[in-house]
Design a protein around this ligand. Structure first.
Ligand code: CBY
Length: 459
């Protein structure tokens, strides 16, 4: 750590030494410990893990803390002026035990304000994350959850999703990621949900786990967490057959997640954290040390390349790296961590460009039934959205568009006046050189000569 950083240390974070359930789950026996020691010398060099701590797929300790420092700084230094990303960040801070009173107060204040002013408009998933964040690790915000009857309000939103599926050929109001978040929060905070609906709608074959035939790892992961909570829910009287069914769903979804493993990542970098959480609670995947090592290496690589710079992305990846899952939100180990480390609140260096801007030329097209093409010049380092703006300036009729702000940045809602609709499962898909983007329009940096496209699609 640089001296300037040391000066800027906001405080020493002290975590207590409470072994997590994962610790016990993945603990190595004495017999294979020696063998593992030899095998993992190389991996420790790469991930910074120390001998003796190689017991679980927890990526972070005092020595290799620097790997995740950018994630924490991203969350600490973000300007939380918009209503979005707050809840995910607060949830993560509480769950992994990062103490920042200032940020906790600010975020929990903003979430409460948002609930007050937009209660009716909040989607099921938004309210679910709010409840998870406010209720994480026994704290006084739980009073508000009770006082404002947030859990029963979430129950009503969950019910509305199910009614919509009944009325509109199985399409929920939002999506299955949000339905799963809602089920998870209802299950953790003793809300009402129907086991019959869960067994009916959460079968792994349901189309809502897929976007255009592609299994959504994010969605599957959230469903595994929710279903695992349901299976463990002691308040629900469940017969053996139902329990077996749900266990089958969990196993099948966990397999689908593993099948999306690519060079250590599960899906892509943005789904890997939650997918890790799902596999921690549902499978033996990370008992295999090699799988753990590969995931950590891939995640740390991506972090060091600066890919994870949105607070929401950082918030969704960090818990798994610290061996935590969203199921820990109501467990006594919530907020406890076996790691001691320092957190700097120094603003990251912002490099000011010294050279004159260079321009690049890209192709851009809008495809509905027929395709409209153009070419635009934008500054080097521009993102997809800049290209859309440049095209719109050239020809309003063909390239006009609208966006809606989300925690992941701008989401393109309409092009040429044609609007995406979750009711019809339509959206504007973004592609570069024929490949779908793995980042949104506000994040994806374009390169000279790229062939960029927005395509009217059905998922
Ligand atoms: N969150 C949500 O409701 C979103 C759930 C989610 C599964 C989400 C990914 C995962 C997450 N962790 O939040 C999701 N995306 C969904 C459900 C959707 C669909 C939204 C439909 C609906 N009715 O809600 C939809 C339309 C299929 C979709 N995502 C589209 C897109 C594309 C956006 C294009 C546009 N019009 O602007 C895009 C860019 C893919 C493309 N090539 O067109 C896309 N999603 C991406 C890349 C992503 C990832 C964002 C990564 C990033 N760094 O920006 C994502 C994390 C996410 C957000 N989508 Co969707 C998935 C990933 O790559 N791992 C709950 C709420 C409370 O916050």
């Amino acid at each position: 750590m640089r001296p300037s950083r040391q000066l800027a240390l906001a405080g020493l974070l002290v975590f207590s030494l409470i072994p997590s359930q994962l610790c016990q789950m993945h603990a190595l026996t004495q017999v294979n410990k020696k063998k593992t020691e030899e095998q993992t010398t190389e991996s420790r060099k790469q991930t910074g893990l120390q001998a003796g701590t190689w017991k679980v797929c927890i990526g972070v300790n005092e020595t290799n803390f620097w790997h995740i420092e950018p994630l924490i700084n991203t969350m600490l230094n973000a300007k939380y002026t918009e209503r979005f990303q707050d809840a995910n960040v607060l949830l993560t801070f509480r769950l992994v035990g990062i103490k920042s009173q200032r940020l906790e107060q600010q975020l929990s204040g903003q979430i409460k304000e948002d609930i007050n002013s937009r209660e009716m408009e909040l989607t099921s998933g938004e309210l679910a994350v709010d409840i998870l964040a406010l209720g994480a690790c026994e704290n006084q915000d739980r009073e508000l959850i009770r006082g404002a009857h947030l859990v029963s309000k979430l129950g009503a939103k969950f019910q509305a999703e199910i009614q919509n599926m009944e009325a509109h050929s199985g399409n929920p109001l939002t999506n299955y990621y949000q339905l799963s978040l809602a089920l998870l929060a209802l299950c953790l905070f003793n809300g009402r949900y129907s086991i019959t609906s869960v067994t009916y709608y959460f079968t792994p074959e349901n189309k809502n786990y897929y976007f255009e035939d592609q299994f959504s790892v994010d969605t599957g992961a959230m469903a595994v967490l929710a279903l695992t909570c349901v299976r463990r829910d002691t308040q629900k009287k469940m017969n053996a057959n139902t329990k077996r069914k749900i266990s089958g769903y969990i196993a099948s979804l966990a397999n689908k997640i593993q099948a999306e493993g690519k060079q250590g990542l599960l899906g892509n970098i943005f789904s890997t954290g939650e997918a890790m959480q799902a596999l921690f609670v549902s499978s033996d995947y990370y008992k295999n040390e090699r799988n753990c090592r590969e995931t950590l290496r891939a995640v740390f690589d991506n972090i060091s390349q600066g890919v994870v710079y949105l607070p929401i992305a950082a918030a969704q990846i960090l818990p798994a790296l610290m061996g935590k899952t969203y199921l820990d939100v109501t467990s006594p180990s919530c907020g406890h961590n076996p790691v001691k480390f320092n957190v700097s609140t120094e603003k990251p260096d912002t490099a000011t460009p010294t050279t004159a801007p260079l321009y690049i030329l890209v192709k851009y097209s809008v495809q509905i039934n027929k395709t409209s093409h153009t070419e635009v010049t934008v500054r080097k380092g521009s993102v997809f959205l800049d290209v859309m703006k440049a095209a719109q300036e050239k020809n309003k009729t063909l390239f006009r568009f609208t966006v809606e702000e989300t925690s992941w940045g701008p989401f393109v809602t309409s092009v040429q006046g044609i609007s995406a609709s979750s009711k019809d499962r339509t959206y504007w898909k973004l592609l570069s050189n024929g490949q779908p983007l793995t980042q949104g329009a506000g994040s994806h940096v374009v390169q000279n000569g790229d062939n960029l496209e927005v395509r009217w699609s059905k998922y």
